[in-house]
Design a binder for this molecule. Structure first.
Ligand code: SAH
Length: 507
């Protein structure tokens, strides 16, 4: 029988982009992903539908048992013929018990591979502006566990470590910091040696605190430093003011909740994370194509010669074109039909299918676009103007009304259902209660209505979070539902929304 395969994959220290390409490929092909506490959860969104997730990161006093259980779960899953990804923070072989897990697989004859990762002990320091080596300060480095064994002893040669001129990095060292600093100093390390604590390295909560070796223990108490933290000892620490690029990013430490569908989110996520911010993506809308929509569209397109196709959302564009492709429609038949688009995000989506919009409204309203279409028709040259309007079932009727008033024939085709995604409720409440969210972005009226509907009696949880709207209609919905609007984007685009947030932060 096929025995399956296990990949021990390093997820990197936290920043979404710090996983390897191979690691990401593994996530995409996994049947089961067994992941730890320090793994960035956003990475899991790359899994295929139906992938099973097992979280084994619970902090447990019964750690030894838990590890046995983890090994067992991995082996059992692989024995069922599945592709199992054991996803671990940082690099799988740096203090993650990856070696033990691999041995179990070897012993049981289970096929496995290791995908190394960026370890926090090097990559985490880099994000804090601390190069682990530097010709002026350190020509070697040691990575040491600060985690004591059961009998409270650390199996460390303090003599040589204290004399070591290179950089020394302790992982899991916070609980034992008093002992660690005492041992280093008593074995001859200069008490004035610069040290730093880097907590939550490479993610939005990163914090770098510098002091001297002799003050390190007091510093942990004073500053409330907690795991996960790196403790780094050595002259390289002094470079962090100059080289600490990450904490200088303009949106560093800011949290943004994003309420639209997952796919579009990633653009917003990328832009915000590039600026150092963190997004929490919670798709409030569940979108489903209407049954046989491709066939319906083709019937319409063959029934008459349209002068215009109006597209008012990114989703409409995708669903329109993808379903035509699915039905084998020859796009040359669309030649000569003008394409009208709302906003730059919709236009960008249209361009991805090889079409250039002829008419683009910079406002996020169908009304504005309808006006532009009428104007175009008014400029003449159309024998029998008619507009195809493929849209969401909840798209506003204003497009039809304006066309009727201009005596232009319009065929509306509802492409997809657009319903409230109640499935996110638990995750949403957990995030709102646990995290300190700075901004919530709304990219349509539905995202506002649906978020409020999902929250129900808990809608007070978003009252004090700054609300960012993509345009005037969405802003109005925010106010109608009893909230204050804080920021309105100049244009209906992701870029414009991101710069509005940036302006607000920079002030
Ligand atoms: N395999 C991991 C380390 C696992 S041991 C790696 O290669 O990074 C867990 C310890 O690693 C934590 O207690 C902490 O000391 C350190 N650590 C892991 N990720 C961290 C992060 N993002 N920020 C600070 N320390 C981190």
């Amino acid at each position: 029988m096929n025995k399956g395969k296990v990949y021990l994959v390093g997820a990197g220290p936290g920043d979404y982009g710090l996983i390897t390409l191979k690691g990401l490929d593994c996530i995409a092909k996994a049947d089961i992903i067994i992941y730890d506490r320090l793994v960035n959860r956003d990475l899991l969104k790359n899994a295929k539908p139906g992938c099973e997730f097992i979280y084994v990161g619970k902090k447990s006093s019964n750690h030894i048992m838990a590890q046995d259980k983890i090994n067992e779960t991995i082996a059992e899953s692989a024995a069922m013929g599945k592709v199992v990804i054991r996803l671990k923070g940082g690099d799988p072989y740096v203090f993650g018990r990856g070696g033990e897990e691999a041995e179990v697989l070897y012993d049981q004859g289970i096929d496995f591979e290791v995908v190394p990762g960026v370890t926090s002990s090097i990559g985490g320091l880099a994000y804090a502006g601390i190069p682990v080596t530097h010709r002026d300060f350190a020509s070697s480095f040691h990575v040491v566990t600060g985690h004591a064994k059961k009998d409270d002893s650390l199996d460390i040669n303090w003599e040589s470590l204290a004399r070591e001129k290179g950089t020394v990095v302790f992982l899991m060292g916070i609980g034992n910091i008093k002992h660690i600093t005492k041992m280093l100093v008593s074995h001859g390390r200069d008490p004035k040696t610069p040290v730093a604590f880097v907590s939550n390295a490479t993610n939005y909560r990163q914090r770098t605190v510098k002091t001297s070796l002799e003050d390190a223990y007091d510093c942990v108490q004073r500053e409330g430093i907690k795991a996960p933290s790196l403790f780094v000892v050595g002259g390289v620490v002094s470079l962090s003011d100059k080289l600490g690029f990450y904490e200088r990013k303009p949106l560093f430490g800011k949290t943004v909740m994003v309420t639209r569908t997952r796919k579009k989110n990633s653009e917003l996520r990328q832009k915000i994370s590039e600026l150092g911010g963190k997004t929490f993506e919670l798709p409030t809308i569940d979108i489903q194509d209407k049954k046989d929509i491709g066939k319906t569209l083709i019937e319409r397109l063959e029934s008459k010669r349209y002068s215009h196709i109006a597209l008012t959302s990114h989703n409409s564009v995708d669903i329109f074109f993808k379903n035509l492709v699915k039905e084998g429609y020859d796009f040359r038949k669309l030649a000569g039909i003008k394409i009208a688009s709302v906003g730059s995000a919709t236009s960008r989506a249209i361009r991805r299918y090889g079409f250039l919009p002829d008419i683009e409204s910079s406002q996020s309203t169908g009304q504005d676009l309808a006006g532009l279409i009428l104007k175009d028709i008014g400029s003449g040259g159309f024998v029998s103007p008619s507009v195809l309007f493929p849209c969401s079932e909840i798209a506003s009727r204003v497009m039809e009304e304006v066309m009727v008033s201009g005596q232009v024939d319009l065929d509306r085709v509802d492409l997809y259902t657009n319903t409230v995604n109640m499935a996110i409720k638990d995750e949403l409440l957990e995030i709102l209660k646990k995290e300190d969210i700075d901004y919530i972005t709304f990219t349509s009226s539905s995202t506002v209505k649906y978020l409020v509907e999902i929250l129900g009696d808990d809608k007070g949880l978003i009252r004090d979070i700054k609300k960012v709207s993509i345009g005037s209609i969405t802003s109005q919905t925010i106010r109608d539902l009893g909230f204050e609007l804080d920021i309105e984007s100049d244009q209906a685009s992701i870029d414009s929304m991101v710069s509005a947030i940036l302006d607000d932060v920079i002030g």
